[in-house]
Design a binder for this molecule. Sequence first.
Ligand SMILES: [Ca+2]
Ligand SMILES: [Ca+2]
Ligand SMILES: [Ca+2]
Ligand SMILES: [Ca+2]
Length: 470
Amino acid sequence: MNKAVFNLLVSSLLLIFLIGCGGGGSSDSGTNATSNTSNPGSNTSNPDQVTSNPDQDTSNPGSNTSNPDQVTSNLAPVADAGADQTVNVGNLAILDGTGSYDPDENYPLTYEWQIISNPSESTAVSSVSDSSDPTFTFTADLPGEYSIQLVVTDDLGMESEPYIVVVSTSNSMPVADAGPNQVLANEGITVELDGSQSFDPDGDPITYAWIITSKPPLSSAALTDPTAVNPTFVADLLGTYVIDLFVTDDLGLESFPDEVVVSSENVKPVADAGVNQLVLVGDTVNLDGSGSYDVNLDPLTYSWNMTSKPKGSLTVLIGAETEYPDFEPDIQGIYTLNLVVNDGLLESDPSNVTIFAIDATNLDDFIRALMDAVLAINGLDASDFNNENNRNALTIKIIVVLKNYLQDGYDESVLDKLRDDIAGKMDGCVLGDPSVPDQNDWIMNCPAQAEVYPHIELAISTFEDILNTQ
Ligand SMILES: [Ca+2]
Ligand SMILES: [Ca+2]
Ligand SMILES: [Ca+2]
Ligand SMILES: [Ca+2]
C-alpha cells in the first residue's frame, strides 16, 4: 500500500478510536500501528514506562467515583499482528497476534480481528469479538489488498490501540534486521554492523540503507558505506550510538526501520522465550528462557506471563520467575506466553512463545506428521534459517493449520496452506534444478530442508489420500 495512504488510514482509525473512548484511557504513543512490524521477533515499545500498580485499579469498586483519574491507571495492552504479508489468490492468510502483550500484565488478553478494507466483492469475513484465540485466518479470495485490524483487550477491559497489518496478493514489504545491540568497550574502536538477517517474504532481492540517528554530541562518526550489508564506523568517543536500517525490495517497497544500539553504557538485555511447541493435553510443557542474554553479561532475572489460553482453562504457570517454568494444558487450544528479562537496571522487550495442545483422542497420521515436522524444525540450528525469528514464524503457520483442521476438518484451504506457504519455504532442494534452496525458502541449506520437508510431504499426502477417498 502507498505509505502516505496507509498513514492517513492509520491516523483516521486512531482518531476514530480516540473519539470512541472519549480521548482517555490510552497512555501509548499512538504509533504502534506502524512501528512494531519491522522485525517479527522484536518489539519497539517501551517497557520502562511500566510503573503503575495494577492492584489499584479494581481493589475497591465503588469507592473511587470522586476521582476518575485513579481508576484509569491501568495501562492499555499493546496489539501486535506481525509483519505485512503476501498470499496467493484463493489461499488462506494466517495472522499471528501472539506477540500482543499488556505492560501491566492483566492477562489473559482477548482478541478482536476486523477486516477493515478488502477488494470489493470479496467475501472474506472478520472474527467474532472477545475471542481467546490470538490467531486469525481468512481466505484471500480475490486479487488485491486486505487491511486487517487487531484490537486486544486486557482482563480489566482496557483496549489496545488498533494494529493494522496488510495482506496483499501482490508484493509484500521486506523486513529489516539491524542485528544485535553491541557493547562499546573502548573509544576509537571500529564497529561492524550486521544487516544480513534482513529478508523479503517474497524472496525479492533487497538493498540496504543505514543511517546514524544518534551519537555522542561531539562525535564525528560516519558509516563507511551506508548501503552495505555490513558497514563499519569508528566510535571515536564513548557514549551511545543508535543506527537505523531500512531495506528496500526490487519493486521499490521499503521496510519499516530496525534499530541497533552500540553503547559504552548499560545495554538492555534480550529475552528469548524459546520455541513454539505442539503437545498433548495433560502433558507437562517445559518452557526454556535460557536463550535470553545480556551483551554486558549482567545476571538476569526472569518474568513469564501466560498472555492467552483457551476459554475455560484453569492452568497456571509454575515457576514464573525462573528460567525454566512449566505448565499443564488442560483444554485443547492455543496457549501463549511471554518472557521479559531484567539485568538489574533495564528490562528487555518481551519475547513470546506459542504452545498448541491437542486432545489425544484427536490424534491421527496427519497430526502426527505435523508434530514430527515441528520437532524437526525445532531441532535445526538458528543458522539454518534466513532469519532466526522465522523458526517460530514457520511453526506458527503449522499450528494454525492444525487449529483449522481440528475446527473444520478436511478443508481444501488447509492443503493449499501446507503446499504453498509451508512446504514452499523449504522446497528448493527437492523441487529445484539445480538442487539448492530457492528464492523464497526460509530454510537455507539442503541438509536442514531434508530434516523437515519429508514430514510436510507426508502430511500433504496423508491429507490428499483422505480427500480422494471421501
Ligand atoms: Ca493493562
Ligand atoms: Ca517484496
Ligand atoms: Ca545490560
Ligand atoms: Ca520455495
